[in-house]
Ligand binder design. Structure first.
Ligand SMILES: [Zn+2]
Length: 61
């Protein structure tokens, strides 16, 4: 999966590493797997909280 382009050389970067495979420039923080995982987790947590709130409202608590 190659989602990102390197800011420096335009090389297509894989999601895996933290550097460009061509010029070895470090990726932007948002493009790094840990940041993506954190973002996904935050999103999941937000969805869960939303669901719980909805269920609670539905149940009249
Ligand atoms: Zn590059």
């Amino acid at each position: 999966m190659r989602l990102f382009h390197c800011d420096d050389c335009g090389h297509h970067m894989r999601l895996g590493g933290t550097r460009c495979g061509k010029c070895y420039t470090p990726k932007r923080a948002v493009q790094q797997p840990t940041a993506l995982a954190g973002l996904t987790l935050a999103l999941l947590a937000a969805v869960l909280v939303g669901l719980v709130l909805m269920l609670m409202r539905h149940a009249g608590i």
